[in-house]
Write a protein of this length. Structure first.
Length: 416
Protein backbone atom coordinates (compact mmCIF):
# COMPACT_ATOMS: atom_id res chain seq x y z
CA UNK A 1 0.00 0.00 0.00
CA UNK A 2 2.98 2.32 0.46
CA UNK A 3 3.22 3.22 -3.28
CA UNK A 4 -0.46 4.20 -3.23
CA UNK A 5 0.20 6.52 -0.29
CA UNK A 6 3.17 8.01 -2.14
CA UNK A 7 1.03 8.48 -5.26
CA UNK A 8 -1.61 10.30 -3.20
CA UNK A 9 1.05 12.59 -1.72
CA UNK A 10 2.43 13.27 -5.22
CA UNK A 11 -1.04 14.31 -6.40
CA UNK A 12 -1.48 16.61 -3.40
CA UNK A 13 1.93 18.24 -3.86
CA UNK A 14 1.33 18.78 -7.58
CA UNK A 15 -1.99 20.39 -6.69
CA UNK A 16 -0.44 22.64 -4.01
CA UNK A 17 2.97 23.13 -5.67
CA UNK A 18 4.35 24.90 -2.60
CA UNK A 19 5.49 23.99 0.92
CA UNK A 20 6.14 27.09 2.98
CA UNK A 21 8.49 29.26 0.94
CA UNK A 22 9.61 26.34 -1.21
CA UNK A 23 8.02 26.29 -4.66
CA UNK A 24 7.92 22.81 -6.16
CA UNK A 25 8.03 21.91 -9.83
CA UNK A 26 6.15 18.92 -11.23
CA UNK A 27 9.30 17.01 -12.13
CA UNK A 28 10.71 17.46 -8.61
CA UNK A 29 7.54 16.09 -7.01
CA UNK A 30 7.45 13.05 -9.29
CA UNK A 31 11.17 12.40 -8.82
CA UNK A 32 10.66 12.53 -5.06
CA UNK A 33 7.81 10.01 -5.32
CA UNK A 34 9.93 7.60 -7.39
CA UNK A 35 12.84 7.97 -4.97
CA UNK A 36 10.55 7.22 -2.00
CA UNK A 37 9.27 4.05 -3.70
CA UNK A 38 12.83 2.90 -4.39
CA UNK A 39 14.15 3.72 -0.92
CA UNK A 40 11.23 1.94 0.72
CA UNK A 41 11.87 -1.19 -1.34
CA UNK A 42 8.46 -1.00 -3.03
CA UNK A 43 10.24 -1.61 -6.33
CA UNK A 44 13.67 -3.06 -6.98
CA UNK A 45 16.28 -1.03 -8.89
CA UNK A 46 16.21 -3.63 -11.67
CA UNK A 47 12.43 -3.41 -12.05
CA UNK A 48 12.59 0.37 -11.83
CA UNK A 49 15.07 0.50 -14.70
CA UNK A 50 12.99 -2.00 -16.67
CA UNK A 51 9.82 0.03 -16.10
CA UNK A 52 11.17 3.09 -17.92
CA UNK A 53 9.67 3.01 -21.42
CA UNK A 54 12.68 3.48 -23.68
CA UNK A 55 10.51 4.17 -26.75
CA UNK A 56 8.80 7.11 -25.04
CA UNK A 57 12.07 8.50 -23.69
CA UNK A 58 13.88 8.28 -27.05
CA UNK A 59 10.90 9.74 -28.91
CA UNK A 60 10.73 12.73 -26.58
CA UNK A 61 14.51 13.20 -26.68
CA UNK A 62 14.53 13.36 -30.48
CA UNK A 63 11.53 15.66 -30.74
CA UNK A 64 12.90 17.90 -27.96
CA UNK A 65 16.03 18.43 -30.05
CA UNK A 66 14.00 19.40 -33.13
CA UNK A 67 11.66 21.59 -31.06
CA UNK A 68 14.49 23.43 -29.31
CA UNK A 69 16.35 23.96 -32.60
CA UNK A 70 13.16 25.37 -34.16
CA UNK A 71 12.81 27.79 -31.26
CA UNK A 72 16.51 28.68 -31.12
CA UNK A 73 16.74 29.45 -34.84
CA UNK A 74 13.68 31.70 -34.79
CA UNK A 75 12.10 29.66 -37.59
CA UNK A 76 9.28 28.41 -35.34
CA UNK A 77 8.17 31.95 -34.47
CA UNK A 78 8.64 33.08 -38.07
CA UNK A 79 6.49 30.38 -39.67
CA UNK A 80 3.88 30.46 -36.88
CA UNK A 81 3.30 34.19 -37.31
CA UNK A 82 2.79 33.65 -41.02
CA UNK A 83 0.34 30.81 -40.45
CA UNK A 84 -1.67 32.61 -37.76
CA UNK A 85 -1.63 36.06 -39.37
CA UNK A 86 -5.26 35.65 -40.51
CA UNK A 87 -6.53 35.64 -36.93
CA UNK A 88 -8.04 39.11 -36.43
CA UNK A 89 -9.10 38.79 -32.78
CA UNK A 90 -8.72 36.56 -29.73
CA UNK A 91 -11.76 34.46 -30.69
CA UNK A 92 -10.17 33.55 -34.00
CA UNK A 93 -6.76 33.03 -32.42
CA UNK A 94 -8.11 30.46 -29.94
CA UNK A 95 -10.03 28.72 -32.74
CA UNK A 96 -6.86 28.61 -34.83
CA UNK A 97 -4.96 27.02 -31.94
CA UNK A 98 -7.70 24.52 -31.15
CA UNK A 99 -8.25 23.36 -34.72
CA UNK A 100 -4.74 23.98 -36.06
CA UNK A 101 -2.83 22.25 -33.27
CA UNK A 102 -5.65 19.76 -32.75
CA UNK A 103 -5.82 18.48 -36.32
CA UNK A 104 -2.03 18.61 -36.70
CA UNK A 105 -1.66 16.40 -33.62
CA UNK A 106 -3.59 13.68 -35.45
CA UNK A 107 -0.68 13.49 -37.91
CA UNK A 108 2.37 14.46 -35.87
CA UNK A 109 1.22 12.99 -32.50
CA UNK A 110 0.02 15.09 -29.60
CA UNK A 111 3.31 15.10 -27.66
CA UNK A 112 5.08 16.53 -30.72
CA UNK A 113 2.59 19.41 -30.97
CA UNK A 114 2.87 19.99 -27.22
CA UNK A 115 6.64 20.40 -27.58
CA UNK A 116 6.70 22.74 -30.57
CA UNK A 117 3.40 24.47 -29.79
CA UNK A 118 4.23 25.79 -26.30
CA UNK A 119 6.71 28.50 -27.36
CA UNK A 120 4.32 29.54 -30.14
CA UNK A 121 1.39 29.90 -27.73
CA UNK A 122 3.52 31.94 -25.31
CA UNK A 123 4.80 34.13 -28.14
CA UNK A 124 1.26 35.03 -29.23
CA UNK A 125 0.23 35.64 -25.63
CA UNK A 126 3.08 38.14 -25.21
CA UNK A 127 2.63 39.87 -28.57
CA UNK A 128 -1.14 40.28 -28.41
CA UNK A 129 -1.72 40.81 -24.69
CA UNK A 130 -3.60 37.53 -24.27
CA UNK A 131 -3.52 35.56 -21.01
CA UNK A 132 -0.75 32.91 -21.18
CA UNK A 133 -2.98 30.61 -19.10
CA UNK A 134 -5.74 30.82 -21.72
CA UNK A 135 -3.27 30.04 -24.52
CA UNK A 136 -1.72 27.12 -22.63
CA UNK A 137 -5.14 25.66 -21.82
CA UNK A 138 -6.23 25.99 -25.45
CA UNK A 139 -3.08 24.20 -26.61
CA UNK A 140 -3.39 21.43 -24.02
CA UNK A 141 -7.03 20.72 -24.86
CA UNK A 142 -6.34 20.99 -28.60
CA UNK A 143 -3.60 18.37 -28.75
CA UNK A 144 -5.52 15.98 -26.49
CA UNK A 145 -8.89 16.15 -28.26
CA UNK A 146 -7.44 16.47 -31.77
CA UNK A 147 -5.40 13.28 -31.41
CA UNK A 148 -8.46 11.11 -30.70
CA UNK A 149 -9.55 10.38 -34.28
CA UNK A 150 -6.17 9.17 -35.54
CA UNK A 151 -4.50 5.81 -34.84
CA UNK A 152 -1.17 7.65 -34.74
CA UNK A 153 -2.44 10.70 -32.86
CA UNK A 154 -1.09 9.43 -29.54
CA UNK A 155 0.70 6.34 -28.16
CA UNK A 156 -2.41 4.72 -26.68
CA UNK A 157 -4.27 4.94 -29.99
CA UNK A 158 -1.33 3.30 -31.71
CA UNK A 159 -1.52 0.39 -29.25
CA UNK A 160 -5.22 -0.01 -30.01
CA UNK A 161 -4.70 0.24 -33.78
CA UNK A 162 -2.00 -2.42 -33.78
CA UNK A 163 -3.41 -4.83 -31.17
CA UNK A 164 -7.15 -4.09 -31.17
CA UNK A 165 -8.12 -6.35 -34.06
CA UNK A 166 -9.37 -3.48 -36.25
CA UNK A 167 -8.73 -4.44 -39.91
CA UNK A 168 -8.44 -0.87 -41.22
CA UNK A 169 -7.75 1.40 -38.24
CA UNK A 170 -7.20 4.60 -40.24
CA UNK A 171 -10.59 4.45 -41.91
CA UNK A 172 -12.30 3.21 -38.73
CA UNK A 173 -10.87 5.93 -36.49
CA UNK A 174 -11.68 8.62 -39.04
CA UNK A 175 -15.19 7.37 -39.71
CA UNK A 176 -16.30 6.92 -36.13
CA UNK A 177 -14.25 9.43 -34.13
CA UNK A 178 -13.76 12.41 -36.48
CA UNK A 179 -17.19 14.04 -36.16
CA UNK A 180 -17.36 13.89 -32.32
CA UNK A 181 -13.77 15.18 -32.22
CA UNK A 182 -14.75 18.29 -34.21
CA UNK A 183 -17.72 18.79 -31.88
CA UNK A 184 -15.46 18.47 -28.85
CA UNK A 185 -12.97 21.02 -30.18
CA UNK A 186 -15.88 23.44 -30.50
CA UNK A 187 -16.98 22.50 -26.97
CA UNK A 188 -13.48 23.36 -25.70
CA UNK A 189 -13.73 26.80 -27.34
CA UNK A 190 -17.06 27.65 -25.68
CA UNK A 191 -15.98 26.36 -22.27
CA UNK A 192 -12.82 28.47 -22.46
CA UNK A 193 -15.03 31.48 -23.22
CA UNK A 194 -17.21 30.67 -20.21
CA UNK A 195 -14.32 30.30 -17.76
CA UNK A 196 -11.93 32.86 -19.28
CA UNK A 197 -14.34 35.26 -20.97
CA UNK A 198 -12.60 38.31 -19.53
CA UNK A 199 -9.46 37.42 -21.52
CA UNK A 200 -11.28 37.43 -24.88
CA UNK A 201 -10.72 41.13 -25.58
CA UNK A 202 -12.11 42.76 -28.74
CA UNK A 203 -8.88 44.46 -29.81
CA UNK A 204 -7.71 43.79 -33.35
CA UNK A 205 -4.58 41.65 -33.45
CA UNK A 206 -1.69 43.30 -35.26
CA UNK A 207 0.69 40.68 -36.63
CA UNK A 208 4.36 41.38 -37.20
CA UNK A 209 6.71 39.01 -38.94
CA UNK A 210 9.27 37.43 -36.63
CA UNK A 211 12.86 37.35 -37.94
CA UNK A 212 14.88 34.17 -38.41
CA UNK A 213 17.92 34.41 -36.12
CA UNK A 214 20.01 31.53 -37.47
CA UNK A 215 19.34 30.72 -41.12
CA UNK A 216 21.63 27.68 -41.22
CA UNK A 217 19.92 26.16 -38.20
CA UNK A 218 16.54 27.07 -39.70
CA UNK A 219 17.47 25.17 -42.87
CA UNK A 220 18.38 22.11 -40.78
CA UNK A 221 15.04 22.45 -38.98
CA UNK A 222 13.23 22.50 -42.33
CA UNK A 223 14.98 19.25 -43.23
CA UNK A 224 13.96 17.77 -39.87
CA UNK A 225 10.32 18.77 -40.35
CA UNK A 226 10.39 17.43 -43.92
CA UNK A 227 11.69 14.10 -42.63
CA UNK A 228 8.85 13.92 -40.10
CA UNK A 229 6.27 14.80 -42.75
CA UNK A 230 7.65 12.09 -45.05
CA UNK A 231 8.24 9.33 -42.51
CA UNK A 232 4.93 9.56 -40.65
CA UNK A 233 2.82 9.12 -43.84
CA UNK A 234 5.23 6.34 -44.84
CA UNK A 235 4.56 4.64 -41.51
CA UNK A 236 0.82 5.15 -42.06
CA UNK A 237 0.96 3.56 -45.51
CA UNK A 238 3.14 0.72 -44.21
CA UNK A 239 0.60 -0.13 -41.50
CA UNK A 240 -2.29 0.25 -43.96
CA UNK A 241 -0.78 -2.18 -46.48
CA UNK A 242 0.76 -4.40 -43.77
CA UNK A 243 4.30 -3.96 -45.06
CA UNK A 244 6.99 -5.59 -42.99
CA UNK A 245 8.70 -2.33 -42.09
CA UNK A 246 9.87 -1.75 -38.54
CA UNK A 247 9.57 2.05 -38.65
CA UNK A 248 8.78 3.09 -35.10
CA UNK A 249 7.96 6.55 -33.84
CA UNK A 250 11.27 6.47 -31.97
CA UNK A 251 13.07 5.90 -35.26
CA UNK A 252 11.25 8.86 -36.82
CA UNK A 253 12.15 11.14 -33.90
CA UNK A 254 15.83 10.16 -33.98
CA UNK A 255 16.08 10.47 -37.79
CA UNK A 256 14.44 13.92 -37.59
CA UNK A 257 16.96 15.03 -34.96
CA UNK A 258 20.01 13.83 -36.91
CA UNK A 259 20.37 16.90 -39.21
CA UNK A 260 20.64 19.16 -36.14
CA UNK A 261 22.95 16.80 -34.24
CA UNK A 262 25.26 16.11 -37.18
CA UNK A 263 25.44 19.42 -39.00
CA UNK A 264 24.73 22.25 -36.55
CA UNK A 265 27.80 23.88 -35.00
CA UNK A 266 25.60 24.66 -31.99
CA UNK A 267 24.67 21.01 -31.36
CA UNK A 268 26.02 20.95 -27.79
CA UNK A 269 24.23 24.16 -26.85
CA UNK A 270 21.00 22.73 -28.26
CA UNK A 271 21.47 19.44 -26.40
CA UNK A 272 22.15 21.35 -23.19
CA UNK A 273 19.03 23.47 -23.68
CA UNK A 274 16.45 20.74 -24.25
CA UNK A 275 13.89 20.08 -21.55
CA UNK A 276 15.77 17.56 -19.42
CA UNK A 277 13.38 18.16 -16.52
CA UNK A 278 10.48 16.69 -18.49
CA UNK A 279 12.58 13.64 -19.37
CA UNK A 280 13.34 13.21 -15.65
CA UNK A 281 9.62 13.53 -14.92
CA UNK A 282 8.76 10.73 -17.34
CA UNK A 283 11.44 8.37 -16.06
CA UNK A 284 10.28 8.99 -12.48
CA UNK A 285 6.62 8.57 -13.46
CA UNK A 286 7.28 5.18 -15.03
CA UNK A 287 9.04 4.01 -11.86
CA UNK A 288 6.34 5.25 -9.47
CA UNK A 289 3.48 3.88 -11.59
CA UNK A 290 5.19 0.49 -11.86
CA UNK A 291 5.56 0.38 -8.08
CA UNK A 292 1.82 1.08 -7.79
CA UNK A 293 1.11 -1.64 -10.34
CA UNK A 294 3.22 -4.16 -8.41
CA UNK A 295 0.98 -3.75 -5.36
CA UNK A 296 -1.71 -5.61 -7.32
CA UNK A 297 -4.37 -3.24 -5.99
CA UNK A 298 -5.46 -1.96 -9.40
CA UNK A 299 -5.76 -5.49 -10.79
CA UNK A 300 -7.82 -6.65 -7.81
CA UNK A 301 -10.05 -3.61 -8.12
CA UNK A 302 -10.86 -4.42 -11.75
CA UNK A 303 -11.18 -8.19 -11.18
CA UNK A 304 -13.41 -7.66 -8.17
CA UNK A 305 -16.06 -5.72 -10.05
CA UNK A 306 -19.20 -7.61 -11.02
CA UNK A 307 -20.08 -5.31 -13.86
CA UNK A 308 -19.78 -5.59 -17.62
CA UNK A 309 -16.33 -4.18 -18.31
CA UNK A 310 -16.92 -4.21 -22.08
CA UNK A 311 -19.86 -1.80 -21.99
CA UNK A 312 -19.24 1.73 -23.22
CA UNK A 313 -20.34 3.09 -19.84
CA UNK A 314 -17.71 1.10 -18.00
CA UNK A 315 -14.97 1.66 -20.59
CA UNK A 316 -15.40 5.43 -20.25
CA UNK A 317 -15.56 5.33 -16.46
CA UNK A 318 -12.58 2.99 -15.97
CA UNK A 319 -10.43 4.71 -18.59
CA UNK A 320 -11.00 8.25 -17.34
CA UNK A 321 -10.55 7.41 -13.65
CA UNK A 322 -7.60 5.01 -13.89
CA UNK A 323 -5.77 7.20 -16.41
CA UNK A 324 -5.37 9.72 -13.59
CA UNK A 325 -3.65 7.06 -11.46
CA UNK A 326 -1.48 5.12 -13.88
CA UNK A 327 -1.57 7.40 -16.99
CA UNK A 328 -3.39 6.56 -20.19
CA UNK A 329 -0.72 4.51 -22.01
CA UNK A 330 -0.30 1.97 -19.15
CA UNK A 331 -4.10 1.97 -18.76
CA UNK A 332 -4.60 0.96 -22.40
CA UNK A 333 -1.81 -1.61 -22.19
CA UNK A 334 -3.73 -3.14 -19.27
CA UNK A 335 -7.30 -2.76 -20.49
CA UNK A 336 -6.86 -3.70 -24.16
CA UNK A 337 -6.14 -7.43 -23.63
CA UNK A 338 -8.96 -7.60 -21.08
CA UNK A 339 -11.42 -6.18 -23.63
CA UNK A 340 -10.17 -8.48 -26.38
CA UNK A 341 -10.48 -11.54 -24.16
CA UNK A 342 -14.00 -10.48 -23.17
CA UNK A 343 -14.96 -10.27 -26.84
CA UNK A 344 -15.32 -6.49 -27.13
CA UNK A 345 -15.95 -5.38 -30.71
CA UNK A 346 -14.81 -2.38 -32.65
CA UNK A 347 -17.16 -0.15 -30.69
CA UNK A 348 -15.32 -1.07 -27.51
CA UNK A 349 -11.97 -0.28 -29.10
CA UNK A 350 -13.22 3.11 -30.31
CA UNK A 351 -14.58 3.85 -26.84
CA UNK A 352 -11.24 2.91 -25.27
CA UNK A 353 -9.36 5.20 -27.68
CA UNK A 354 -11.68 8.13 -27.02
CA UNK A 355 -11.99 7.70 -23.25
CA UNK A 356 -8.31 7.05 -22.49
CA UNK A 357 -7.33 10.10 -24.55
CA UNK A 358 -9.85 12.68 -23.31
CA UNK A 359 -8.99 11.54 -19.77
CA UNK A 360 -6.03 13.85 -20.28
CA UNK A 361 -8.35 16.85 -20.08
CA UNK A 362 -9.47 16.07 -16.53
CA UNK A 363 -6.28 16.80 -14.57
CA UNK A 364 -2.69 17.70 -15.39
CA UNK A 365 -1.34 14.18 -14.87
CA UNK A 366 -3.97 12.61 -17.13
CA UNK A 367 -1.84 13.16 -20.26
CA UNK A 368 1.87 13.42 -20.91
CA UNK A 369 1.26 16.35 -23.26
CA UNK A 370 -0.10 18.43 -20.35
CA UNK A 371 3.10 17.95 -18.39
CA UNK A 372 5.23 18.77 -21.44
CA UNK A 373 3.33 22.03 -22.00
CA UNK A 374 3.50 23.16 -18.38
CA UNK A 375 7.15 22.18 -17.92
CA UNK A 376 8.14 24.00 -21.13
CA UNK A 377 6.17 27.10 -20.15
CA UNK A 378 7.73 27.23 -16.68
CA UNK A 379 11.20 26.83 -18.18
CA UNK A 380 10.79 29.47 -20.91
CA UNK A 381 8.78 32.26 -19.28
CA UNK A 382 7.81 31.16 -15.79
CA UNK A 383 4.13 30.98 -16.78
CA UNK A 384 2.28 27.94 -15.49
CA UNK A 385 -1.08 26.35 -14.78
CA UNK A 386 -1.92 25.16 -11.29
CA UNK A 387 -3.74 21.93 -10.62
CA UNK A 388 -6.98 23.85 -9.95
CA UNK A 389 -6.63 26.26 -12.89
CA UNK A 390 -6.42 23.26 -15.18
CA UNK A 391 -9.11 21.22 -13.41
CA UNK A 392 -11.76 23.94 -13.17
CA UNK A 393 -12.03 23.90 -16.96
CA UNK A 394 -10.83 20.34 -17.48
CA UNK A 395 -13.43 18.63 -15.28
CA UNK A 396 -16.54 19.99 -17.07
CA UNK A 397 -14.78 19.67 -20.43
CA UNK A 398 -13.95 16.01 -19.82
CA UNK A 399 -17.53 15.27 -18.80
CA UNK A 400 -18.80 17.01 -21.93
CA UNK A 401 -16.21 15.25 -24.10
CA UNK A 402 -17.19 11.88 -22.68
CA UNK A 403 -20.89 12.58 -23.22
CA UNK A 404 -20.33 13.56 -26.87
CA UNK A 405 -18.15 10.53 -27.70
CA UNK A 406 -20.38 8.15 -25.73
CA UNK A 407 -23.53 9.47 -27.42
CA UNK A 408 -22.01 9.25 -30.88
CA UNK A 409 -20.71 5.72 -30.41
CA UNK A 410 -23.99 4.62 -28.84
CA UNK A 411 -25.86 6.13 -31.79
CA UNK A 412 -23.77 4.09 -34.20
CA UNK A 413 -24.18 1.04 -31.96
CA UNK A 414 -24.35 -2.22 -33.86
CA UNK A 415 -23.41 -0.54 -37.12
CA UNK A 416 -19.85 -0.14 -35.87
Amino acid sequence: MFPLIVLAIVFILIAVRQIGNIKLQIWQVMLGGAAAALLAGSITPANALKSINADVMIFLFGIFIVGHALDESGYLSHISCRLFSRAQNVNQMILYILFGAGLASAILMNDTLAIIGTPVALLFARKHGVSPKLMLLALAFAVTIGSVFSPIGNPQNLLIAINGGIPNPFIAFLRYLFIPTILNLLAAFYLLKIFHGDHFHDNDLIHEEEPIHDRRLALLCKISIALIMILIPLKTVAIFFEWKMDLRLTHIAVIAALPVILFSPHRFRILKGIDWHTLIFFAAMFILMESVWETGYIQKLIAGTKINITSNNMIFAVSIILSQLISNVPLVALYLPILKKAGAGHAGMAALAAASTIAGNLFILGAASNVIIIQNAEKKTGDTLTFWEFGRVGIPLTLLNALIYWSYLSLLGSNY
